[in-house]
Design a binder for this molecule. Structure first.
Ligand code: GLA
Length: 388
C-alpha cells in the first residue's frame, strides 16, 4: 500500500467504524537514530531522522466530552470521558492516543471543557523493532488534537507532551528524542537536537547523492522500555552524575573521565564513559556530515556500537552479529539503534551492496540458529503533518 492509500483507507475506516466522516487525517513517522544513544535523558545530543514508515490518525471531534479510539491492530474500541482520563485508567495500546489527551491536560488544557473526539489509528511502522511506533501514534494524535482544539502549541512543546504520555500513561521512562524526531523530521535530513535547550537544527544527510542507503536489520528480539534494563541504565547515569556533583552527564566532558574513574565503581564509570563519548560522537558526526558528507561517518557509527556493546551493555548477540555481518558485506558503518536489549541495527550501505548485505546478514543469522531478521531500507522523511 502507498502512503496515499493509507490516508484514504484511514478516512474510509473512520467512516465505517464511527458512521460519519472524519474531520481530517494526520500522520507521523517512526524514527531511526543515526547516533546519540541514551544521551537524551542525560540532557545531551542526539541525531535521529524521521523515516518513511508512518502512523495515520483519522480524527473527528464530537459534541460531548467522550473520546473513543479504534485501530487496525486491535478489535477493541476504548471509550473514556475526557474529564476523567488519567494514567491509572489507561492501559494497552489505547494509552498512547489517550495518554496524549491526558498529557495535554497536564499542560494546562481544560479537558472537561474540550470537545470529545473519535480517532482511528493505522500504521506501517513495525512494532517492537525500536523504530518508535509508539512515538508515531503519540505525535499523529498530538498534531491532530492541537489543530482541532486550536491549541497552537509549537512542536517542541508537543514533543514534551508526547514524552509525558509515554512516561506516565505508558509507563516507559524514556527521553525526548523519539517524539522530537517524529515531529521535527525533514526529508533527506536528520534532526540535531540539544536535549538540554531543546534547540534543534536540520542537518542535510546527503545519502542519495553519496550513493548510500540506510539498511534496517530488525533482529525480531523484542524489547520493552517499560521494564528492566532501560530504567537501570538511566539510574546508573543519575548515580554517575551525583558522584561527580553535576546536574546531568551533559556537564561531563571527555577530559573529566580520568577523575570520574576515581569516584565511582567500574560499572557506573563505563555507563558514564558511554554517554560522555557518545555526546562527542554526535558532535563529530554533525561536523563530518557538514564538512565531508556521509561517506565520512562510518567509523563513528562503528565506535558508537562498540561503546554500547562494551560500556553501556545494551546490545544483544543478534545485534552484534547484524553489525559484524553487515560490515563484512560492505556496509561502511553499522550500529544498533534505539534503546537496545533487542530491536534493530542500522547499516550505512553503498546502494549497490544492499542486496549483498541483506543476503549475508540473513545467512549469518541462519547459521547462528537465530530467528530470521527482517531487513529493509528506509529513507529520511518529513515529520508529522496533516494528510487530508
Ligand atoms: C528509546 C527512548 C529514547 C532514547 C533511546 C536511547 O528509544 O525512547 O528516549 O532514550 O531509547 O537513545
Amino acid at each position: 500500500m502507498t502512503h496515499d492509500d493509507f490516508t484514504s483507507q484511514a478516512a474510509a475506516d473512520f467512516l465505517d467504524r464511527f458512521g460519519r466522516a472524519a474531520d481530517g487525517v494526520w500522520s507521523a513517522p517512526g524514527r531511526v537514530n543515526l547516533i546519540g544513544e541514551h544521551t537524551d535523558y542525560n540532557e545531551g545530543f542526539v541525531l535521529p531522522f524521521a523515516i518513511d514508515r508512518r502512523t495515520w490518525a483519522a480524527v473527528g471531534l464530537r459534541d460531548d466530552n467522550t473520546a473513543r479510539v479504534t485501530s487496525t491492530f486491535s478489535e477493541d474500541e476504548v471509550e473514556v470521558e475526557l474529564a476523567q482520563v488519567s494514567p491509572e485508567i489507561l492501559d494497552g495500546w489505547s494509552a498512547y492516543p489517550l495518554g496524549i489527551a491526558w498529557a495535554l491536560g497536564e499542560n494546562g488544557i481544560d479537558l472537561a471543557g474540550q470537545a470529545g473526539f473519535d480517532v482511528h489509528i493505522s500504521s506501517d511502522v513495525p512494532v517492537g523493532a525500536g523504530l518508535s511506533s509508539s512515538a508515531a501514534i503519540e505525535c499523529a494524535v498530538a498534531i491532530a488534537l492541537d489543530e482541532r482544539w486550536q491549541l497552537e502549541l509549537d512542536r517542541p512543546t508537543l514533543a514534551r507532551v508526547g514524552q509525558l504520555a509515554e512516561n506516565k500513561a505508558v509507563g516507559a521512562p524514556t527521553g525526548i528524542m523519539d517524539q522530537s524526531a517524529s515531529l521535527l523530521g525533514r526529508r533527506d535530513s536528520a534532526v540535531f537536537l540539544d536535549c538540554r535547550s531543546l534547540r534543534s537544527e536540520i542537518v542535510d544527510l546527503g545519502f542519495q547523492a553519496a550513493g548510500l542507503e540506510i539498511v534496517i536489520i530488525d533482529t525480531k528480539v523484542s524489547h520493552s522500555h517499560a521494564t528492566g534494563g532501560y530504567a537501570a541504565r538511566r539510574a546508573s547515569c543519575e548515580a554517575g552524575a551525583a558522584a561527580l556533583g553535576v546536574e546531568s552527564l551533559r556537564d561531563v566532558g571527555v577530559a573529566d573521565l580520568d577523575r570520574a574513574r576515581e569516584v565511582m565503581d567500574d560499572e557506573t564509570f563505563r555507563r558514564v564513559r558511554h554517554v560522555v563519548t557518545e555526546n562527542a560522537r554526535v558532535l563529530a558526526t554533525v561536523r563530518a556530515l557538514r564538512e565531508s558528507g556521509p561517506l565520512a561517518i562510518g567509523e563513528i557509527l562503528d565506535a558508537s556500537h562498540v561503546s554500547m556493546r562494551d560500556d553501556f551493555e545494551i546490545s544483544v548477540p543478534e545485534l552484534d552479529l547484524a553489525v559484524v555481518a553487515a560490515r563484512e558485506a560492505g556496509a561502511i558503518g553499522a550500529r544498533m539503534t534505539g534503546g537496545g536489549f533487542g530491536g534493530a541495527a542500522i547499516a550505512l550501505t553503498p546502494s549497490h551492496l544492499v542486496a549483498e548485505v541483506t543476503s549475508q546478514v540473513a545467512a549469518a543469522f541462519a547459521e547462528a540458529g537465530y530467528t530470521a531478521p527482517e531487513i529493509f531500507t528506509v529513507k529520511p522523511s518529513d515529520g508529522a503533518k496533516r494528510e487530508l
